[in-house]
Design a protein. Sequence first.
Length: 149
Amino acid sequence: MTTTRAPGRVLQMRLVVEAADYDEAVRFYRDVLGAPEELVVHGDAGEKVTILDVGRATLEISNPEQVAMIDRVEVGRAVSPHLRVAFEVEDADTVTAELAAAGAGVIAPPTRTPWDSLNARAEGPAGLQLTVFQELGAAGFLHGSTRTG
């Protein structure tokens, strides 16, 4: 699908996460998941922020039925919080193993989906539930919708 953007409209999406264990969250998402630092700023009163480059961002808006279906496919039961972060990776098996070795709780191992991707679910630092997904082919549509992470 080709879209055009009106001048002056959204140029970037940034997900802001408050992490009580800032250093652990930075280590996990930067060093284990592999998101390179874009900007690091530390303030005089202990303020810290690290902005990581996670590639192209999209905003996926799903109705409750879609969320329930994704949970059934990826995990086998309802587990999604209100927000979930999905990262496309080249090798879902390897990345899932690396996330687990770094302390992430694996909710579901890599599972092949009906839309031909390999999706795993984990609980990462700062209370983020994540899906890592690897596109396997060009399966196209499922019930009239495109692939989703």
